[in-house]
Design a protein around this ligand. Structure first.
Ligand code: C2E
Ligand code: MG
Ligand code: MG
Ligand code: MG
Length: 279
């Protein structure tokens, strides 16, 4: 009796496992199909300086799943990374961002507007031809390379620090800038940070949320701000949602912001309207 129960359990376990695997495989197939069908989109979230001018934007991937509806990048990006599909998706993001930048350039950018930042995964960055792909996409749309920049997380950068430094310097020589994303959540030591030639440091949202009510968050943000200043980097706070958070950041000496308080990520057409109305 006990033996039979055990076998049944084992079977159930295997069924559950293969169910999970099949679901994941189907999900990956859905992503592939959407990439071919053109169901991915880029939205743009404006970045502001302390005078309220728009200085740039972050491109954020959006996926409308044919059945499940709008999927969160926090869910599908890790799956795309595991399955290597992130390389094809990331290439699409790069090319689409360049097409969108071309449109922005054609319409005429406000003088305060510097760059569009795109998020790059580790698997993309370690490709031997990453730099060539970057330059080819810029060349294909004939955009100004100064208008595109990369967001890289600190963990990704310190994984192979020497290679990261070489790559960032090579991109810099071609006018492509880099930002360190989600700073403070990773495991980089300050010694590493000093070596990374990125020009923007993004304070992670976890230290910005309720910063006006948390002396711990304020202390960490303050440290990141002075660190950025010492290293000659622009410090940008992400996830600013309230006027209270904004005021607190200003007091601490942070003068670049992104967040729902200012604007949500928008489809390109709406982002263009925002740019026009803010000039
Ligand atoms: P991230 O690069 O740190 O992007 C910021 C995230 O915070 C975005 O979430 C954005 O919509 C959200 N956000 C911005 N302001 C606020 C705010 O005031 N409050 C709150 N609660 N959230 C805010 P999203 O679009 O869901 O993206 C999540 C993550 O997915 C991104 O984090 C990034 O790591 C990744 N991701 C997005 N697009 C791409 C892409 O094209 N390629 C790669 N490799 N990763 C991407
Ligand atoms: Mg980012
Ligand atoms: Mg971020
Ligand atoms: Mg983040």
């Amino acid at each position: 009796e006990a033996k039979r129960a055990k076998t049944t359990l084992g079977l159930q376990y295997h069924t559950a496992m293969s169910d999970k695997i099949n679901k994941r495989l189907a999900y990956i197939e859905d992503m592939k199909a959407s990439l071919v069908a053109g169901d991915f989109r880029l939205h743009y979230q404006a970045q502001y300086n302390h005078s309220g001018q728009i200085t740039g934007a972050e491109a954020l991937l959006r996926w409308q799943h044919p059945v499940h509806g709008m999927e969160s990048p926090a869910v599908y990006i890790p799956i795309a990374e595991e399955s290597n599909l992130i390389i094809a998706i990331g290439q699409w993001v790069l090319e689409q961002a360049c097409r969108d930048i071309k449109q922005l350039e054609t319409l005429g950018l406000p003088s305060s507007f510097k760059r569009v930042f795109i998020n790059i995964s580790a698997k993309q960055l370690i490709q031997a031809d990453f730099q060539d792909k970057m330059l080819a996409a810029i060349e294909q749309q004939k955009i100004n390379a100064q208008h595109i920049a990369l967001e890289l997380t600190e963990n990704l950068l310190v994984e192979d620090i020497e290679k990261s430094i070489t790559l960032i310097n090579a991109l810099k020589a071609q006018s492509v800038d880099c930002a360190i994303d989600d700073f403070g959540t990773g495991y980089s030591s300050l010694n590493y940070l000093k070596k990374i030639p990125a020009s923007v440091l993004k304070i992670d949202r976890s230290f910005v949320t309720n910063i006006n009510q948390s002396s711990e968050s304020a202390a960490i943000a303050s440290m990141i701000i002075s660190l950025g200043k010492t290293l000659n980097m622009k410090v940008l706070a992400e996830g600013v949602e309230t006027l209270e958070e904004l005021s607190c950041l200003k007091t601490l000496g942070c003068y670049h912001y992104q967040g729902f308080y200012f604007s949500k990520p928008l489809p390109l057409e709406s982002f263009i309207e925002l740019l026009n109305s803010s000039e």
